[in-house]
Ligand binder design. Sequence first.
Ligand code: GLC
Length: 609
Amino acid sequence: MTLDQKIGQMTQPERMHVSPSEVKRYHIGSVLSGGGSCPGDNRPVDWVAMNDAYWSASMEEDDDHLAIPVLYGVDAIHGNANVLGATIFPHNIGLGAAGDPELIERIGRITAREVRAAGVDWTFAPTLAVAQDPRWGRTYESYSEDPGVVGEYAGRIVRGLQGGGVVGAGGVGDFVGLGPEGILACAKHWVGDGGTRDGVDQGDTVVDEEELRRVHIAPYVPALEAGAMTVMVSLSSWNGEKCHAHRYLIQDVLKGEMGFGGFVVSDWNGLDPLAEDYGDAVAMAVNAGIDMVMVPEAWKAFIAALRERVERGDVPVERIDDAVERILRVKFVSGLFERGRPWGRRGANGSSFGSREHREVAREAVRKSLVLLKNEGGVLPLDKGARILVTGRGAHDRGRLCGGFTVEWQGVLGNDRIEGGTSVWEGIEAVAPGAVLGGVGGSWDVEGVGEEEGVGGTQGEGEEGDFDVAVVVIGERPYAEGLGDIREESPVRPGTNHLPAGAGVLKPYGDTLELAALHPEDLATIRGLSGRGIPVVAVLVSGRPLVVDEELAASAGFVVAWLPGSEGGGVADVLFGDFDFVGRLGMGWVGGEVLFPWGYGLRLLGSEV
Ligand code: GLC
């Protein structure tokens, strides 16, 4: 291979900035979709067509180009949720509350099927973050604050995604290839992403090495043992040193001590903050052990800079050869050379995409993820014959239930773009003939509690006092990454976090975890109804524990639903007692006067789970 061909394999542009002909001309090894970056009408067939074009170009061998299949990567972190009509699972924080590793493996297998249906072979999942501070905007991507729970899930989700056909001998890379429906997993973000000071996204994790190993590195061991063949580096720092330039963590610990035999990919523009001079940054990252560089737009500059640094001797050719050997090993071992073009592959445009069978598993996951914090006077389970008012901004809004990394990077609101799923209202309406969807900001909400972003419901009949009980769905709107942080506003480097270069300032979600301050309309709605003598069951849709002392006090029942995904009907299954609560908090409920410890959760009859 020529130096250009080798450097090309190490380069990962974003689909909007590279054409199939450029993939061939520059020998590109991988292309990605950033969150929400979707081809055509964003149906599986459009994705297969796109991948077929890239793959075919990469395989057109000639005097200048070797036929090496390009590898396409997406963030299928809770189902293939970019794509319209996909089965969308609860985000990891809810799955952690479910406490069911076997379920996680089934979710991995289904996710792999729906990713393969789009002609894609690689997902940037699982996130193995061990979130320590709920102010972090990516808390919902973490299974738990406990490294033991994350580690218990890590091996299962990797086996689920990769099809169980891969056996890693302690991470030494003794891979036996993917299962017939498997896709490549990517353990991320290496390392300590969930431990940054004050939960600031891409911030600094200030811990000693013992804690870094015990809390943040530990879950990677089962992931590598299960055969994870790619690892993504964290945009955060450890004790002030950027992970993307951390030779000890990448080269010595991950590849040396832990024997990781696959390849390490950088995160989005992760080289940019490393040094003022881009060439210096490139040399630092590649010499630290990064094998493939996710450089969405300025990938030609990356290629030029790396070539120059190799020619200057700043980056040894041996390092380049090691990186390319790792990339090719993964492509060979994963069967990418044998899979053939995307159009003809097993599972492409697969009919199981978004199927009822898949959605049933997602609905099971919703049921198992729900955590019951309060059930005063036995308000739960609900009676299917009761007069039930269902209201609140999340009552009939499937987009809100899905959270970030869903169709768009920051997620979507409303129901239009979450096809095939069920909202909380739709789950209740299906079994309770006396249920009524209260308008958002309608007559049954407290006056003046209009909501610009909610989904208006049908006005109920009858008088306001007719209801036996009200289900009020409250909580956060969708967000992703730093835009979900709880902190003071602060400028960040333009161009990171998918933000357009001109963005400049990364606006966080808010500056407090108090729901009553973030969304006062929720408490107003609850109080407005309970004040009329209607007992309220509050259902909290959020990516993390929030301070909800006042909402709890004003409610008879309180259910934490996390970010349940497309199958919101699973909430109704438990509210009516068809299934009991089994969920337990994967993070301690902190911040207010009312605290619930890690592992807390009630059953319908009042005992702790
Ligand atoms: C993002 C995230 C990472 C994701 C990548 C590609 O910035 O940090 O988790 O896989 O970019 O979208």
